[in-house]
Write a new protein. Structure first.
Length: 263
DNA sequence: AACTTCTCGAGATTTCAGTC
DNA sequence: GACTGAAATCTCGAGAAGTT
C-alpha cells in the first residue's frame, strides 16, 4: 500500500516508464499531457502530439479540456481529439457553423468506432464513446475563441493569469448541460507552461485536483489536500497544495497512484 | 457576535457494462 | 430491448472553522 508521499514518489519513479501518460523531459519535469498521446496513426513515424505554437493545436487543447470536463474515462477525450486531428476538424472556424456541428454530433457513434481503426494498436480501459453533449460545448468554445486567445496573451504580458482563469470559468456551456468548466482549467495552463509557450505561468495554477487525484491524496497520511469545490479560489488553493509537494511533476504522481503497484 | 471561508457529502447528470 | 449499478464530474447546502 502507498501511504506516504515518499512511497508514492518511489513507486512513481520505478514505474513511470510503464505508464501510458507519463512523458518527462530530460530534466525530469513533466513534458505535458499533449506532448505525446502515446499512440500514432497508421503509417506515421511519430506519436500524436499537439504543438501549441499552432493555433489549431491550441484549439484542440481546449477541446481536450472541455471534453474531459465530463463524466467518463479520460480516454474518450484523448481519442476525440485524435479524431478531430486525423480528419482535420481542428479549425475553430468550422465549429461556428450550426450545420457542421449538427453533422458531427449525428455521426458521433460511427466516428468513435472509426478513429480506432486509424490508430496503431489503440488501448483503452473502456469502450470509446463521444458524448452527445460535447458538440455544443465546442461550438461555444469556437464563438469565444478570439476572446480566449487574446485574454491569454494579455495575461502573459502582464504576468497575472487570474483574468484568464475567470474568463474560462465564467463561460456558460463549456461543461455539461450549460454548466461551466472548472477542474480542467489548470490543465490548459499547465500545457502552455510545459511547452514554454508562456514561461511566466505560475506552477501553482497548473495542477488538476480531479477525482483520481483527490482519492490518491486522501490515502497519504502526510499530504493534505483541501476540496477543490465549490469555488475557483478553492481550486487554485488545491492546485497550489499539489505543486508545493510535487513541483514540476504537478499532479502526475497522484494521478498515477491508482495505476502503481507496490512490490 | 457577526461575517466569511472551508469542508464534506448528497444529488443531478450522462454513459458504460452486465443481466434478464 | 429494458433495467440496474458503476463511474466520473459539477452543483448545492449544512455545519465547522476561522477572522475581524
Amino acid at each position: 500500500m502507498i501511504n506516504t508521499v515518499k512511497q508514492l514518489m518511489d513507486a512513481f519513479h520505478q514505474q513511470k516508464t510503464t505508464l501510458p501518460y507519463v512523458t518527462l523531459k530530460s530534466d525530469g519535469s513533466y513534458a505535458g499531457w499533449v506532448s505525446d498521446f502515446r499512440f500514432r496513426f497508421h503509417g506515421q513515424k511519430d506519436n500524436l502530439r499537439l504543438d501549441l505554437n499552432h493555433e489549431n493545436d491550441r484549439f484542440l487543447l481546449y477541446v481536450l479540456a472541455v471534453v474531459w470536463s465530463r463524466s467518463g474515462p479520460w480516454e474518450n477525450s484523448a481519442f476525440f481529439v485524435a479524431h478531430l486531428k486525423f480528419n482535420k476538424l481542428d479549425n475553430p472556424l468550422l465549429w461556428l457553423k450550426k450545420e457542421f456541428v449538427r453533422q458531427q454530433r449525428e455521426s458521433r457513434l460511427t466516428d468513435a468506432a472509426a478513429i480506432l481503426q486509424n490508430i496503431e494498436s489503440p488501448s483503452s480501459r473502456k469502450k470509446i464513446s463521444f458524448r452527445a453533449d460535447i458538440f455544443n460545448s465546442i461550438a461555444i468554445l469556437a464563438t469565444r475563441w478570439t476572446e480566449i486567445e487574446k485574454s491569454l496573451a494579455d495575461c502573459a504580458a502582464s504576468g497575472d493569469y487570474i483574468p484568464f482563469v475567470y474568463l474560462l470559468r465564467n463561460i456558460d456551456g463549456l461543461g455539461t448541460n450549460g454548466k461551466k468548466m472548472m477542474i480542467k482549467i489548470p490543465l490548459i495552463l499547465r500545457e502552455f507552461r510545459c511547452q514554454q509557450i508562456y514561461s511566466n505561468i505560475p506552477g501553482e495554477y497548473c495542477c488538476v485536483p480531479d477525482n483520481r487525484v483527490k482519492v490518491a491524496a486522501k490515502a497519504l497520511s502526510d499530504m493534505k489536500l483541501s476540496s477543490a469545490y465549490p469555488g475557483l479560489p478553492n481550486l487554485l488553493k488545491a492546485s497550489a497544495q499539489i505543486y508545493a509537494v510535487y513541483g514540476d511533476l504537478y499532479d502526475l504522481p497522484l494521478f498515477a497512484s491508482n495505476d502503481l503497484h507496490t512490490s
